[in-house]
Design a protein around this ligand. Structure first.
Ligand SMILES: Cc1cc2nc3c(=O)[nH]c(=O)nc-3n(C[C@H](O)[C@H](O)[C@H](O)COP(=O)(O)OP(=O)(O)OC[C@H]3O[C@@H](n4cnc5c(N)ncnc54)[C@H](O)[C@@H]3O)c2cc1C
Ligand code: FES
Ligand code: FES
Length: 1310
């Protein structure tokens, strides 16, 4: 292939700058992204590699460009993982290292994020710093709204965002209080209320922050300015190993190139081409970059609209539209406003900064948020090729689906014209995504109608949908059929029927959610109908009917609001505590500053060693299959390949044991899940290893059965042993005497850990005695029968739990045990029988998540409590109160429980949340609003602490005192961001009575502390704290004689003297662990050490037409004893709570029928972002709580907060119940977790969901619709099905119930 070379010479030099340093790259590779260049080439590892696809924000950097004509310097944030280095010629890159570092000075952004406790694991922190830093470069005193927008593209898995926002808000000019005088309750009033009491709401002191001084920032490198001004613009060519990058300087050259290489993509933002190359293995030998061509960057305001160059970024488009909207009369800007509506939530700020308008249009993706509006708005495209230019209507490119030939391969999109809207014309945009911000839409729509002047007679109508077919689709026939009709209900009714017939969505449509997406098609249409009706009424109230506020409120989208928060803790545990004693104080995370400067070294950041090799694994594509052959011949020939390792190369032990069943390292003869490791390619770079891995060919022969679900596991009797049961009282007898029995089934989805840090391991052979240094980053459903009295007392419960354990046991059996031991949550159930089973399936092995089964069993318990309340006519909080533990008594496995603090938390939460008055307000709101509903719920929590056996809670520590008085501390706990090292330094500081600054922590290693137990079950601080205390006390005892001889001496004097007296200044500390036991045969034991109590009240609002919801307010009261570090502990509670919001309302794992996980990475799997945290969020630590069992009377707090996230789930349930009641659906119902927009919408049954069902039946149904919600309801016991085969059962009489094994109805066969 002949390629244009610059002036006939070889490839060009790529010149740009990083943190002020000029970079000249002679061999720029078009396939290399900035992220890997920074991390590998420049060894700037502060910029983190999270997802690699633009979805997480961990790799955020600031890009600065200089425009010589206007002398304009622009700064914008961008995802380094998507930026090809070749696109950076002439630009300045700033990374977290360039913003500030501990060696010179740290920047105020870094300081404030760290000191406001905005980092836990710290992996997201550099990205957060860079997003905020870029905002400050453009707006030194940003508004709250700007901050929320700047951070919307950055995910954090640990903190729950509150402390990050706290740090960022300190730059705002606006006061950072809630400013809400609603209900007379502002956060500052609260602080006043607390004055004089021994409480504090302050976790940091803003007084000590350095001011932001914009004059201290990097300037744009003058050399790059001179280069931009003096160098004539010419074509640039960069040549890589496999790809050539050509960046023409003029449109003419671009058209020549496109004619020569018609298949070459035009890459601007690379946000569409990049992920395809990276994740789908698409290879382009030639890439053309049109970004520098002026014609493609114009923004031109014309008499009849706005013309935008195809290479304009979406951020530029947004600004241009916003400017026009602010200047022109509203009548002309309806299309512009509809586009702005979509642009507000399209991607994150970083994506909008780099992705282009042309790229969004020309990719013709079904998920484009812009194309439905541009198409419906009659926008036109200016296309150019060597043959000339032409204008076409944008809607033409979707006429017959994505493969139509309206566009020729050699054509280039130059610009887009967006016309003004006309008088009598209405345009709207709709979208619904899994998450409100930074998520591709599930479905979207653009709608436009034009009326004959002065009437409501339709003269032109347009409807385009996204997310429905393979590209944007048009409801052309529907619209044509409605021309001439009046805008009234008859028209709407017909429009819904026609559109559902025209816009077909078969049951097997990719993306699933078919029933939901069909419902959205008509729900959006209904919203448009209401919107237009409202506008017509405003134009002429006499002629057109008003839509009452009750129906109209659904037209207001949930507006993003900067969350306001409050944290209340007891200020001083002990009035005699010395000021230098750090225990009980909100001390900053010891890694905080290093996180914020990017200096913290994660496993993947460790410097490459000489002759380093990389391993890429090849995993099974089958769920259950025999391996027939592995062909490595092609892969072995690939560049850089060193070797390929299979099971044959591991002759000794190709397996390891976690429990009784072995885990296989390399699959030998067969595979038991998709994703199981079969072999690994070793190569000289990660890129070569991955390229070669793609060439390994594995032949399989499928095996039966393939078990993927719990139902299939039950059918095949596929379980891990042992299966556990627990019994108390006499359930059968109780069922004979109760007033009512409820039966039901609840499904709870799994949850990804989704840690932001990528998994990797580094092994460094040391050369002697085979020594090696190994660096690693380590660490469902139920069937229930409940008998209760009409007064709400629960007399008996019979529950069966099934957990999808995956293909190996891992922790699943233990999780199943914990599910049983914690299933009572806060309630006394006099007669109880429950059993749990870990199902063995052909999914990748599942393991424990924060809470170890309690968040799941607790949710099930709270679900049947809610169902009982509905059935008995009592409020849910009454049923909770009636059944709550109230006095010291034995829980079902005979362990004693004192629930005093449970009741205190409940009462305080009731009071702090003003539950009853807000409940009344919610009911009032629901009366006033038909399509929007609010819900409120308060949930109690008893979280037992412990690991069921003693040896798992043993811990050790090692403390050295050096002759200069400094102390080195290490212990067996793993720092995952939970602040364990900070707390251990606090413990050592208190014990040795020296400042924290004299104590250095040395990273956990098996060379210093052997046999360390896992840092799990919230026990890290408890057990390691005891060990650190023990070591310090040993040392202090040795020093005591010296101190008593010289009490006025300093620490250094005593240490020096001790050394001179040959006293050992090194000590180990040890903690044996907590006594614990459980006899499963007898169902008795003392498995837990103590209990953490809490209560959370949450309020939400739902949109009944789309299933969207907003978290309005959450109040948490939690008993964590005497906190060692309130900032760290509150951070844990908030972070866990937000993960709970994820578990119960958002995070959804979807598998293909073949067992392939669809939901991989942040594009598919949505964890909460800033837009998901409650607008008002308060956490109070229960005062005056003591815990004799743990260090300094504290309590282990890592996990408990997650369960409290279910208060949001039940608040949504409450809102859905209000909807169903209003629609006359009076039966009890069950909602499965997570409560996604899809589930919420489908539970809000109405005429539209009904229409979908009717139409599906009338067309003989190729739609595999889900069972309507009523079939999955919690029902009375006499209407049930066999869980093994779904055969319906005859009404069960009381005697029949008594025969059931574990409380479960089955058919005769099962
Ligand atoms: C994390 C993430 C989140 C996103 N969220 C959303 C979202 O919520 N809503 C949404 O609508 N989109 C979303 N997107 C998609 C994004 O908006 C598009 O990928 C982007 O607009 C494409 O522009 P680009 O410049 O990056 O295209 P590139 O990847 O550079 O190019 C894309 C394609 O367009 C063609 N092309 C580009 N310019 C021209 C031209 N002038 N003439 C002819 N062909 C051209 C190229 O040949 C190429 O095939 C998201 C993307 C990411 C990565
Ligand atoms: S690593 Fe770039 S956005 Fe996730
Ligand atoms: S601190 Fe944000 S991901 Fe861990």
């Amino acid at each position: 292939m002949s390629l244009p070379a610059a002036g006939g010479a070889g490839p060009d030099e790529l010149i740009f700058s990083v943190n002020g340093r000029k970079i000249v790259e002679k061999n720029a590779d078009p396939e290399q992204m900035l992220l890997s260049y920074l991390r590998k080439r420049l060894r700037l590892t502060g910029t983190k590699y999270g997802c690699g696809g633009g979805g997480c924000g961990a790799c955020t950097v600031m890009i600065s460009t200089y425009e010589p004509a206007s002398k304009n310097i622009k700064h914008y944030s961008a995802n380094a993982c998507l930026l090809p280095i070749c696109s950076l010629h002439g630009v300045a890159v700033t990374t977290v290292e360039g913003v500030g570092c501990t060696k010179t000075r740290i920047h105020p952004v870094q300081e404030r994020l760290a000191k406001c406790h905005g980092s836990q694991c710290g992996f997201c922190t550099p990205g957060m710093v860079m997003s905020m830093y870029t905002l400050l470069r453009n707006h030194p005193e940003p508004s709250m709204e700007q901050i929320a927008a700047a951070l919307a593209g950055n995910l954090c898995r640990c903190t729950g965002y509150r402390p990050i926002l706290d740090g960022c808000k300190t730059f705002c000019k606006e006061p950072f209080c809630c400013q809400s005088k609603e209900n007379g309750n502002c956060c500052l009033d609260q602080e006043d209320k607390l004055k004089g009491e021994k409480f504090s709401t302050k976790l940091f002191s803003a007084d000590e922050f350095q001011p932001l001084d914009p004059t201290q920032e990097f300037i744009f490198p003058p050399e790059l300015m001179t280069m931009a001004e003096n160098q004539p613009k010419r074509t640039l060519v960069f040549q890589g190993e496999r790809t050539t990058w050509i960046s023409p300087a003029s449109l003419k050259e671009l058209l020549e190139l496109k004619a020569k290489y018609p298949k070459a993509p035009l890459v601007v933002g690379n946000t569409s081409v990049g992920p395809e190359m990276k994740f789908k293995g698409v290879h382009h030998p030639v890439i053309i970059s049109p970004a520098r061509i002026l014609d493609l960057n114009v923004v031109r305001y014309t008499d009849n609209g706005l013309s935008l160059g195809a290479a304009c970024s979406l951020a530029v488009v947004k600004d241009a539209l916003a400017n026009t909207v602010s200047e022109l009369p509203g009548e002309k800007t309806k299309i512009f406003r509809a586009l702005l509506h979509q642009l507000k939530t399209l991607g994150g700020q970083q994506i909008r900064n780099i992705s282009s308008l042309g790229g969004n249009i020309m990719s013709r993706k079904s998920t484009s948020d812009l194309n439905p509006i541009l198409a419906v708005g009659n926008c036109t495209l200016n296309l150019a090729s060597r043959e000339g230019t032409r204008w076409i209507s944008l809607s033409d490119i979707f006429a017959n689906g994505v493969g139509n030939n309206t566009l020729m391969p050699e054509e280039v999109l130059v610009s887009v014209h967006i016309p003004h809207s006309r008088k009598g014309e209405f345009v709207s945009a709709f979208r619904q995504a899994q998450r409100r911000e930074n998520a591709l839409p599930i479905a979207n729509a653009g709608m436009r109608v034009l009326f004959a002047e002065g009437t409501d007679i339709i003269t032109d109508f347009g409807i385009f949908y996204g997310g429905i077919g393979s590209t944007t689709v048009c409801a052309k026939h529907t619209c044509q059929a409605l021309i001439g009709r009046h805008w009234n209900e008859q028209m709407l009714d017909e429009a819904c029927r026609l559109v559902l017939k025209e816009v077909s969505l078969p049951g097997s449509a990719p993306g699933g959610k078919v029933e939901y997406r069909r419902t959205l098609i008509v729900s959006f249409l209904f919203k448009f109908y209401l919107q237009v009706l409202q506008s017509l009424n405003r134009m002429d109230p006499h002629l057109y009917p008003d839509i009452s506020e009750k129906y109209g409120s659904v037209l207001q989208d949930f507006q993003p609001k900067m969350p306001q928060s409050e944290q209340i803790y007891q200020q001083e545990v002990n009035p005699e505590q010395l000021p230098r004693d750090p225990v009980g104080r909100p001390i900053m995370h010891q890694g905080g500053i290093k996180h914020a400067t990017g200096e913290a070294v994660y496993c993947d950041d460790i410097r490459a060693v000489d002759e380093e090799l990389f391993l890429a694994v090849i995993t099974s594509s089958r769920a259950h299959a025999k391996i027939v052959s592995i062909d490595t011949s092609e892969a072995l020939k690939a560049p850089g390949v060193f070797d390929i390792i299979t099971a044959r190369d591991v002759p000794a032990t190709n397996e390891f044991y976690y429990y009784s069943d072995p885990e296989i390292i390399f699959a030998k003869d067969k595979v038991i899940c998709v994703g199981q490791i079969v072999c690994g390619v070793v190569a000289d770079s990660d890129v070569h290893a991955k390229q070669a891995a793609a060439k390994v060919k594995i032949e399989y022969e499928d095996l039966e059965p393939v078990i993927l679900t719990v139902e299939e596991a039950i059918k095949h009797n596929s379980f891990f042993e042992p299966q556990r049961r627990l019994e108390q009282g006499n359930v059968d007898e109780a069922f004979e005497t109760v007033d009512q029995i409820l039966e039901g089934e609840i499904h709870i989805g799994g949850q990804e850990h989704f840690y932001m840090e990528t998994q990797c391991a580094l092994v460094v052979p040391k050369g002697e005695d085979k020594e090696m240094d190994v660096y690693v980053s380590t660490q469902h459903p139920a069937l229930t029968q409940v008998g209760f009295m009409n007064d709400g007392r629960i007399m008996a419960a019979d529950a069966k739990y099934y957990i999808n354990g995956g293909c190996t046991p891992d922790d699943s059996v233990l999780v199943a045990e914990v599910v049983l031991l914690k299933m009572d949550n806060a309630y006394k159930i006099p007669n109880l029988r429950c059993c749990s089973h870990a199902c063995k399936t052909n999914l990748p092995s599942n393991t424990a998540f924060r809470g170890f089964g309690f968040p799941q069993s607790g949710l099930i318990t709270e679900s049947w409590i809610t169902a009982i309340a509905a059935k008995s006519g009592l409020s849910a909080e009454k049923v909770r109160e009636i059944n709550m533990y109230k006095e010291t008594e034995q829980i079902c496995y005979i362990q004693e429980l004192d629930p005093e603090n449970l009741v205190r938390c409940w009462n305080e939460c009731m009071e702090k949340s003003e539950y009853y008055s807000r409940k009344t307000a919610v009911e009032e709101f629901n009366k006033q609003n038909y399509w929007k509903k609010k819900g409120i719920a308060i949930i109690p929590m008893k979280f037992p602490f412990g690991l069921l056996t003693r040896f798992l809670t043993q811990a050790a520590a090692l403390v050295h005192i050096y002759m200069d008085g400094s102390v080195l501390l290490t212990h067996g706990g793993i720092e995952m961001g939970q602040g364990i090292h900070t707390k251990m330094i606090q413990v050592a500081s208190r014990e040795l009575k020296i400042p924290m600054s004299s104590i250095h922590f040395c990273e956990t290693s098996t060379t210093t502390v052997p046999n360390a137990c896992a840092s799990v079950a919230s026990a890290g601080t408890d057990v390691n704290g005891m060990a650190v205390k023990d070591a310090c006390q040993t040392l202090l005892k040795r020093l005591e004689p010296i101190i008593s001889k010289n009490p006025k001496g300093t620490w250094n004097d005593w240490v020096k003297e001790a050394f001179e007296q040959s006293i050992n200044l090194s000590a180990t500390g040890y903690f044996r662990g907590y006594e614990a036991n459980m006899d499963w045969e007898k169902g008795e034991g003392h498995p837990f050490t103590y209990f953490i109590f809490g209560a959370a009240c949450s309020e939400v609002e739902i949109d009944c037409l789309t299933g969207d919801h907003k978290n309005i307010r959450t109040d948490i009261v939690i008993d964590i004893g005497c906190s060692i570090n309130p900032a760290v502990d509150i951070g844990q509670i908030e972070g866990a709570f937000v993960q709970g919001i994820g578990l119960y309302t958002m995070e959804e794992l979807k598998y293909s029928p073949e067992g392939v996980l669809y939901t991989r990475g942040p594009d598919q799997y949505k964890i909460p972002a800033i837009c998901d945290i409650p607008e008002q969020f308060s956490v109070s630590l229960l005062s005056s709580s003591q815990n004799p069992y743990a260090i300094y009377s504290s309590k282990g707090i890592g996990e408990a907060g997650l369960f409290l996230g279910c208060s949001v789930f039940f608040a949504i349930w409450d809102a859905v119940a209000a909807v169903r009641k209003e629609r006359g659906l009076t039966g009890t119902f069950t909602l499965n977790s997570p409560l996604t927009p899809e589930r919420i919408r489908m539970a809000c049954a109405d005429q539209f969901t009904e229409l979908i069902l009717v139409l599906a039946h009338s067309v003989g149904s190729d739609t595999r619709l889900q069972a309507p919600i009523s079939r999955r309801e919690f029902t009375e016991a006499d209407a049930t099905h066999c869980p093994h085969c779904s055969k319906s059962l005859k009404p069960a009489g009381k005697s029949q119930k008594a025969r059931r094994g574990c409380g479960q109805s089955t058919c005769e066969k099962h």
